[in-house]
Design a protein around this ligand. Structure first.
Ligand SMILES: Nc1nc2c(ncn2[C@@H]2O[C@H](COP(=O)(O)OP(=O)(O)OP(=O)(O)O)[C@@H](O)[C@H]2O)c(=O)[nH]1
Length: 201
């Protein structure tokens, strides 16, 4: 049996509790988990294949732990990433500062990685505009400055989630990203072709 190649490595980065895992859950399993918040430990991996025109691109998504305790570990996971979804919580201004930290890291260490800024929990600001702590236009200005894409999403309602990942797959296929060399791909057979196995405590 031939190994299934992961074409594009995608890494999720951002402060703890911004909703990285929820975003992946919504995209891969079309569900929003309710119940007590459980932080990710280390990282979790999932792959999803997407049809783009006549090609199938497989996104290998690494969901990292947002806790600063795991910062050094997160650096391991963004190595070789062709796309980074840098998340911040629209209702938490400090999470945007943390997003800027990750952007700087990527600019310094992973120049070829395309950055997608993602403002999460859009449903909360939709139902109460006073809950918004991060201004859309401020982020758009920052996104223009660093040449990043910018999305606001809700994993609860699904708003813009499909669109975000679709854009990553489209950009990858339209050669916005450099072609990934064979040795940087992830061999799914070696990984045991495992499903989305979250390390949560
Ligand atoms: N209302 C609302 N709550 C959300 C949304 N996304 C995540 N949450 C909640 O925010 C909390 C944290 O979500 P997670 O997805 O676990 O956050 P995380 O960024 O993966 O957290 P770490 O694993 O600590 O890095 C959970 O209680 C989620 O239910 C959203 O779109 N809307």
């Amino acid at each position: 049996m031939s190994a299934k190649r992961v074409d594009a490595k995608v890494v999720m980065l951002g402060k703890e509790s911004v909703g990285k895992t929820s975003l992946v859950e919504r995209y891969v399993h079309q569900r929003f988990l309710v119940g007590p918040y459980q932080n990710t430990i280390g990282a979790a991996f999932v792959a999803k294949s997407v049809q783009v025109s006549d090609q199938v691109v497989t996104l290998g998504i690494w969901d990292t732990a947002g806790s600063e305790r795991y910062e050094a570990m997160s650096r391991i996971y963004y190595r070789g990433a062709r796309a980074a979804i840098v998340c911040y919580d629209l209702t938490d201004s400090s999470s945007f500062l943390r997003a800027k930290f990750w952007v700087k890291e990527l600019q310094n260490c992973e120049e070829q990685c395309v950055i997608y800024l993602c403002g999460t929990k859009n449903d909360l600001v939709e139902c109460d505009r006073s809950a918004r702590q991060v201004d859309y236009h401020d982020v758009q200005d920052f996104a223009d400055e660093i040449k990043a894409q910018h999305f606001e999403t809700s994993s609860k309602t699904g708003h813009n989630v499909e669109e975000l990942f679709r854009k990553i797959a489209d950009d990858y296929c339209s050669s916005a990203f450099e072609v990934m060399s064979e040795d940087k791909g992830v061999n799914m057979e070696q990984k045991g072709n495992f499903p989305y196995s979250c390390c949560r405590n």
